[in-house]
Design a protein around this ligand. Structure first.
Ligand SMILES: Nc1nc2c(ncn2[C@@H]2O[C@H](COP(=O)(O)OP(=O)(O)OP(=O)(O)O)[C@@H](O)[C@H]2O)c(=O)[nH]1
Length: 362
């Protein structure tokens, strides 16, 4: 009898301990006395939106990045100045000047033009004073880089349409990176935009673009299907962009250069389909400055397929052949509008002839 009573007592006590424990565990974290003053954590953004990067201002970017350009292209300017500062400038020196320009990928015709212009000035003005030599070289370099070209980006649309920017170029030249960096430039200028991942051959390319967009709060239209029709993604992007009333729609394309006919089919179709919705305002061809003549050949194929309106020259920080700026402009008859000077998110600058020449010879 006594044993039964003790057993019952133990059972009751056990149940009481379990119930107590469960109550404590299920109650969850305790609010501070007086409750929370806000529904946000201290480090939540004030407007409740996910935090985004603030891209660096665009003005003065080439000046900020000039150091990099000067570092890689210093030999060109220094070499030319040294040659022009010699006591006696004979034909051998002029040959060396021309060789230096050719080595920097300036192209044969512009190199010859520059040498002839310098030759005639040296004959007339002389080269006694180093400051004068520098000034002369600066002016003649500037002429071949051509400060008069219209390098403005056509990012705005008309008649209620968004501006439509197509970004084309061979794989690996820095297309997606450029779209990402350019999106940051536009965000820094308070533009509303939408990105389109029409590089559907590689799912990672769309991911990469989306990541760039997310960092600055810009959305990306993409297809979940690998190998989907790039033109249909481009079309959807424009349609969506129009509905949202964004300022600019920017489309990253795939640049597989299997052959000219294939490329023409693909880019031609994208452009045709897009233009059913809104006119294309800018077609940027991205070229890797480190690829020299090879890059030029590819550039020509693209230029035959679509009407290029501007060049983006990437990786100019990684080559001593800055003369490629001139060669490309002369060959394609299209201005370099932007230059890539590094892998950082804000290492893209509007090209400016004066800043470029100063970086070469300072
Ligand atoms: N140093 C340097 N690297 C750059 C520059 N622009 C792009 N890159 C690098 O070049 C590589 C290729 O860039 P992507 O943007 O993936 O090239 P893509 O043309 O889009 O290539 P796909 O996506 O394969 O079509 C990346 O490692 C970039 O960081 C630049 O201006 N300077």
């Amino acid at each position: 009898m006594n044993d039964t009573l003790t057993l019952i007592l133990y059972i009751v006590l056990g149940v009481a301990v379990l119930v107590g424990l469960a109550t404590v565990l299920m109650r969850g974290p305790k609010a501070p006395p007086g409750g929370y003053s806000s529904t946000r954590d201290a480090n939540d953004p004030a407007d409740g939106k996910p935090s985004v990067d603030s891209p660096a201002p665009v003005a003065g970017r080439l000046v900020r990045l000039r150091e990099r350009l000067a570092r890689s292209n210093n030999m060109l300017g220094k070499g030319l100045l040294a040659l022009l500062s010699r006591d006696k400038i004979d034909q051998d020196v002029w040959d060396e000047v021309e060789e230096t320009l050719l080595m920097a990928d300036l192209g044969s015709e512009p190199s010859m033009r520059l040498v002839e212009a310098l030759q005639s000035r040296v004959r007339v003005e002389g080269t006694e004073d180093p400051a004068h030599v520098k000034q002369m070289l600066r002016e003649e370099l500037l002429k071949v880089v051509n400060p008069d070209l219209d390098r403005s980006l056509k990012l705005d649309g008309a008649d209620g349409n968004p501006g439509v920017v197509l970004v084309v170029g061979v794989n690996g030249v820095g297309k997606t990176t450029t779209v990402g960096k350019l999106a940051r430039v536009m965000v820094a200028e308070d533009k509303q935009l939408l990105l389109g991942a029409a590089d559907t051959f590689r799912a990672a390319a769309a991911d990469q673009l989306q990541t760039w967009g997310n960092r600055v709060g810009v959305e990306t239209v993409r297809s979940e299907k690998d190998g989907a029709d790039p033109a249909s993604v481009a079309f959807e992007t424009i349609k969506e962009g129009k509905q949202r009333g964004v300022d600019t729609v920017m489309i990253d394309t795939a640049g597989r250069l299997q052959n000219k006919a294939g490329l023409m089919d693909q880019l031609g179709k994208i452009k045709r389909v897009v233009e059913k919705e809104a006119p294309v305002t800018e077609v940027l061809l991205v070229i890797d400055a480190t690829t020299g003549q090879n890059g030029m050949v590819q550039a020509k194929v693209f230029a035959e397929v679509v009407d290029i309106t501007g060049i983006v020259l990437t990786k100019l920080d990684g080559t001593a052949k800055g003369g490629i700026v001139v060669a490309i402009q002369e060959t394609l008859g299209v201005p370099v509008k932007l230059v890539g000077l590094g892998e950082g998110p804000d290492d893209l600058a509007p090209f400016d002839a004066e800043g470029f020449v100063d970086a070469l010879i300072d």
